[in-house]
Design a protein around this ligand. Sequence first.
Ligand code: SF4
Ligand code: SF4
Length: 81
Amino acid sequence: MDSDKCTGCAKCTESCPQKALEMVTEFIDLEDKTIAAIKEMHRKKIQYTCTTCKPETNQTPCTKACNAKAIWCVWNPSNLK
Ligand code: SF4
Ligand code: SF4
């Protein structure tokens, strides 16, 4: 996720069938900004959480929901080994 591009619209969090995303407020560029983030409980296993969305296509519910193009998939099947 690109925190600079994220507008905080929360559409990705609403679209995620696994409820893996949440909105968080972080101090960025000298101001508080609300952006999307992967929930802590999913961070270390995100490649498993996202498998059913076919992230290799980069056409997942979260990427399609993001008009700001602030979220995309980095898919490396070797991570699953
Ligand atoms: S790829 Fe699917 S499961 Fe993973 S964050 Fe996006 S919508 Fe959620
Ligand atoms: S849909 Fe895009 S712009 Fe909206 S909160 Fe998610 S990452 Fe940010």
